[in-house]
Design a protein around this ligand. Structure first.
Ligand code: KG4
Ligand code: ZN
Length: 361
């Protein structure tokens, strides 16, 4: 079955064609980063409009490149949530309209299920059951996965998501949005050990996370070392943050210490989750799973305890259409189909999803 995947939940327009027999046929991605970068974050209305402009031309390009036509598509999967409502509506309306006109089934996919299953697009993909660490701009969750739709939430962030924390720390260091890759690049020049940032909530039992204290600690460190004398903003709002920066090396050292603290915290909780559930396979997914330091440290830590970590190639860690095509294909093959109504969900707990009877590979 050839399934078209459409991803428009935030600031990336992604489409892909996945064939249940042959695997991924191809994908196209358009990033709106330039549109939003001058605002320091995603502007929802601009995001929706850009998806409208780019979605169908991307589909035409992909079909042309693959020598296929619309009539070769046998099912459509679009991101139904969670995400920005206007942006989701563009993908959902387009997906439903295309499916109706072609007389084929359509299904709305959970964005985080897409991320969670993205490592399945790789040659070496894990068997069920496994633990998934979902780390994106909006989510930080540890989930036990026993099959598609068989998700048990083990822990999550009580405040900022890991990606959000990266983005905010980057803003403090005057780095562009999205902050994660920029902090990671800057951290390469950092001096290990100059600063030691706290590892939030690792001394407490449980699998929840909290990154807002780390954010404040970062802001305090930046303020203390600022070259232009200035006081800390009255509230801790990053928008109010308008002080001189520390010198270049100190900024790199702060980026290093920040990344080190986030990665360490994630590694500790992943090991704890594997131990608690008696499992030996971990997948990491979502934008932050592209972080090389996180990948390396997890590999080292899990090797010591005879466990292994799986992740998708870089382009499928951040938002993309391939993960939606894959997840939708598994559900369509299991005869799940949506009606004609267009419904999107800004919020949508992962454990509300229908479970597929037979875990698919
Ligand atoms: O999954 P994603 O593309 O979008 C959401 O569903 O949120 O994740 C985007 C997030 C951003 O916060 C971005 O800063 C972060 O992933 N990110 C990274 C890296 N690449 C992207 N964080 C740390 N290191 C990276 N290399
Ligand atoms: Zn995402």
């Amino acid at each position: 079955m050839i399934v078209l995947g459409i991803e428009t939940s935030c600031d990336e327009t992604g489409i892909a064609l996945y064939d249940s027999d042959r695997g991924l046929l191809g994908h196209e991605l358009y990033s709106q980063i330039k549109v939003h970068s001058e605002y320091g974050g995603v502007v929802p209305e601009l995001a929706s409009r850009d998806h409208v402009r780019k979605l169908l031309p991307l589909l035409d390009n992909l079909l042309k490149r693959l020598g296929l036509s619309k009539t070769d598509i046998e099912g459509i999967a679009y991101t139904q949530g969670p995400g920005l409502v206007g942006a989701l509506m563009v993908g959902a309306c387009t997906g439903q309209a295309l499916a109706f006109s072609l007389g084929i089934p359509a299904i709305g996919v959970h964005h985080m299920e897409g991320h969670l299953l993205a490592p399945m697009l790789e040659d070496s993909s894990p068997e069920f059951p496994f633990i998934a660490l979902l780390v994106s701009g909006g989510h930080t969750q540890l989930v036990r996965v026993d099959g598609i739709g068989h998700y048990k939430l083990l822990g999550e962030s009580l405040d900022d998501a890991a990606g959000e924390a990266f983005d905010k720390a980057a803003k403090m260091l005057d780095l562009d949005y999205p902050g994660g890759p920029n902090i990671a690049r800057y951290a390469l020049k950092g001096t290990p050990g100059r600063f030691k940032f706290p590892r939030p909530m690792v001394d407490r039992p449980g699998l929840d996370f909290s990154f807002s204290g780390l954010k404040t600690y970062t802001l305090n460190t930046v303020t203390e070392h600022a070259q232009v004398a200035s006081s800390k903003p009255e509230n801790d709002s990053i928008d109010a943050f308008n002080i001189g920066l520390p010198d270049e090396q100190t900024c790199a050292d702060i980026a290093y210490a920040f990344q080190d603290a986030v990665v360490d915290t994630l590694v500790i909780k992943c090991r704890r989750a594997l131990e608690q559930e008696g499992l030996s396979r971990l997948i990491i997914a979502g934008g932050v799973s592209a972080n090389e330091c996180l990948r390396e440290r997890l590999e080292q830590a899990l090797e010591k305890v005879g466990s292994s970590v799986f992740y998708a190639r870089h382009e499928f860690c951040t938002d993309n259409g391939a993960m939606i095509a894959y997840a939708g294909c598994q559900r369509l093959l299991a005869q799940q189909v949506d009606g004609l109504g267009v419904k999107v969900k800004a919020r949508w707990p992962l454990d509300e999803l229908d479970a597929l009877e037979v875990p698919c590979g």
